[in-house]
Design a binder for this molecule. Structure first.
Ligand code: ADP
Length: 674
């Protein structure tokens, strides 16, 4: 991965981290808010319930005050103890929260009393007199406000070992504007709660009286202990005393989700997290796929860029949609100059444009393209033309639809050049074969000439002898013998002449074609073949061509043959050298004399071989003389013949420090005469 991609992926993971964290925070906040909202709902309900409970109690107490007042008004005319008690008992049966009702006179002495039928001897253990101070305080307050007043609560131990909290209510009885006594009612706090408060409020909740400091005085209700308790407090403000009513709701819900809304929200949050996770996984997979795709693409691009075959894609209308660098380099145009170009293409030679357009239309119409491709000629911006081989195939996209054409293009100029060269060397081979034949003819000639020459020689010797012995031979015999000998000499000479003519005719059959050739062209022409052999023999070929050397007039093929021959000899002379030494063959061209105005150009082939020993030197140009196993021994003699036919001179000299210089001269073309 490149550093840039790595940085991107780090940045992406940081972003993902932030997203997950933010979503988590959001969800937690939502859950928390919903929880809080629901709690506050419960608390509000609880407060309302507590206020209702206080109202219920107050209502109950007021009702009781009225009932007690009614009790008193019945007996306003005068105390009728029995009647009062009957009524009081009836009241007590009805109102369970009242533990005891007392009728006292204005000095707080008990006139009569009655206890609740639901509980025996409430004051039995404690003694009523012990609570006198509470009673008198309450009654004093009641007298002061001319209305019912309550004492503070006090504990009343019971005979069963338990006890209860009670408060006294004192109601002054007035008769004709005078205080006639007091009615006292003792309330059990617990009974107050259980009797006065509506049963509905008690469901699932506990109700208690506490003191201001929280000390519990009485309690009713209370279900299973829950995980979460909600508490509401309300003041029960009574004349003379104040009690705190404490309503406690115990939610029995176990666990994390206090209610449906929170549970729903949590479920949605979990689903959201799962979706987020799946999304992250999907993105990761996508990224991996993207990365793989990127690598594959980079590999493909590298492959296309390093190809030396030109690639070109066209759509169905012939517009170029893709080219690779090799193709751009081949036609010498930038991709922008090629892409989106329709026909005719910018690399078509103008003179062939029409023909190409027709050919293109035919080719694109039919889908059976030749697998071996077709040849064409393209043009570079500088106008140079070069041959190419185009192999075309239909371009099928992923959906299997034919969308255009893909072509591979090969520059075949080098191939053509090599083909041309091999044709030329074929020509030369034929020339060499002909020259070899001439050599053969020469040996035949010498053999054929031997006979007539020997005959001429012996006839001439005979004639001389006859003339020498002229004195002893009769003149007639002498003259006829001489005549015969001389006519024989003439015959043989004629025969020799014929032999020579036949060979001359054979050699002459080759047309003499002289042309002006630049020395550089001569060297360049033999270079491919020389290089070929040089590579085989690990020889470096160096050319030194003097710009002052003018074009020469020569039979090009023959002279090339000479250069080839000399070069081959030079390289063969170096092949036995120590492999570590450098082997350099120099082909040098310069004006023959040291001044540039020379009429002759000198060609030299210089090797670094062992040189030529004196005995070899003596026979160097003798036909069929060779020191090589496979040599013909004709090369040098033919070379000399060729050069001499051109009027030039072929010679050799030792090179320094080792080796041989073979050099020959050729005449400068007249048109180039200085
Ligand atoms: P071939 O090459 O077939 O032997 P040539 O006539 O070309 O026939 O050469 C004759 C002989 O001259 C060679 O066999 C070789 O011994 C000698 N010779 C020619 N050129 C060189 C050279 N550059 N250095 C040394 N000896 C050479």
């Amino acid at each position: 991965m490149t550093p840039r991609l790595e940085a991107l992926s780090v940045k992406r993971s940081v972003l993902w981290g932030w997203l997950v964290a933010l979503v988590l925070v959001l969800l937690l906040t939502l859950v928390w808010l919903v929880g809080r909202y629901e709690n506050s709902e419960i608390e509000t309900r609880l407060e309302r319930d507590a206020a209702e409970a206080v109202l219920d109690i107050k209502d109950g107490l007021n009702r009781n005050v009225q009932s007690l007042q009614a009790l008193h008004s019945i007996h306003a005319k005068g105390p009728d103890i029995n009647g009062w008690q009957t009524l009081a008992e009836a009241l007590l049966r009805e109102r369970r929260e009242i533990m005891r009702v007392e009728w006292r006179n204005d000095t707080l002495d008990i006139q009569s009393f009655s206890g609740t039928p639901y509980r025996q001897g409430v004051f039995e253990r404690f003694g009523r007199s012990n609570s006198l101070s509470d009673v008198s305080t309450a009654c004093a307050a009641a007298l002061r406000i001319s209305s019912a007043s309550y004492s503070s609560s006090y504990f009343l131990p019971q005979s069963d070992g338990m006890g209860m909290e009670v408060i006294d209510m004192c109601l002054p009885i007035m008769a004709g504007g005078q205080l006639a006594g007091y009615l006292l009612a003792t309330y059990g706090l617990q009974s107050m709660l259980s009797e006065l408060v509506s049963k509905q409020l008690m469901r699932g909740q506990s109700l208690a009286f506490t003191e201001a400091d929280g000390t519990r005085l009485a309690l009713v209700g209370g279900g299973a202990r829950g995980s979460q308790n909600f508490v509401a407090r309300q003041l029960l403000d009574l004349p003379g005393t104040t009690l705190v009513l404490r309503l406690e709701s115990r939610l029995g819900m176990p666990g994390l989700f206090p209610n449906v809304l929170t549970a729903l929200l949590t479920a949605v949050s979990l689903a959201l997290m799962v979706v987020l996770f799946l999304l992250a996984r999907d993105t990761r997979r996508r990224l991996r796929a993207e990365h793989d795709l990127g690598e594959a693409l980079a590999f493909r691009k590298a492959m296309e860029d390093s190809l030396i075959t030109g690639l070109r894609a066209r759509d169905l209308s012939g517009r170029i949609t893709y080219v690779n660098p090799a193709f751009c380099a081949m036609v010498g145009l930038a991709p922008q100059q090629l892409l989106d170009q329709s026909l005719p293409s910018p690399y078509w030679p103008p003179e062939l444009s029409d023909a190409y357009q027709q050919r293109q239309a035919i080719r694109l119409a039919g889908s059976n393209l030749p697998r071996e491709g077709h040849e064409s000629v393209f043009m570079r911006p500088d106008g140079t033309r070069f041959p190419v081989l185009i192999i075309e195939a239909p371009l099928i996209n992923a959906a299997g639809k034919h969308t255009g054409w893909m072509s591979a293009i090969l520059d075949v100029s080098e191939q053509r050049r090599v083909e041309e060269l091999s044709r030329a060397s074929q020509d030369r081979l034929q020339a060499t074969a002909r020259l070899a034949m001439v050599g053969e003819m020469a040996s035949l000639l010498s053999h054929e000439l031997n006979q007539p020459l020997a005959a001429i020689s012996s006839y001439a010797t005979g004639s001389l002898n006859l003339l020498h012995d002229a004195a002893t031979v009769p003149p007639t015999a002498l003259s006829s013998d001489l005549q015969l000998a001389v006519s024989r000499i003439a015959e043989q000479a004629e025969r020799a002449g014929k032999v020579i003519k036949s060979v001359h005719d054979f050699v002459r059959r080759r047309d003499q074609t002289r042309e002006a050739v630049e020395p550089r062209d001569l060297i360049n022409a033999v270079m491919p073949l020389v290089s070929l052999q040089a590579r085989k023999l690990s020889v470096t070929v160096v050319t030194e061509i003097d710009a002052a050397a003018h074009a020469v007039l020569c039979d090009r093929t023959m002279v090339e043959q000479v250069l080839l021959n000399l070069s081959r000899n030079g390289m063969q002379a170096m092949q036995d050298l120590d492999p570590s030494t450098t082997r350099v063959l120099t082909l040098r061209v310069r004006p023959a004399a040291s001044n540039a105005r020379s009429r002759w150009v000198e060609f030299a082939v210089i090797d670094q071989g062992a040189g030529i020993s004196p005995d070899v030197q003596a026979q160097l140009f003798t036909p069929f003389f060779t020191t090589k196993v496979e040599g013909m021994g004709l090369g040098l003699s033919l070379c000399r013949t060729v050069i001499e036919q051109h009027g030039g001179f072929l010679g050799f000299e030792p090179a320094l420090p080792t080796g041989t210089i073979f050099s020959f001269t050729l005449p400068v073309d007249n048109a180039h005469q200085p």
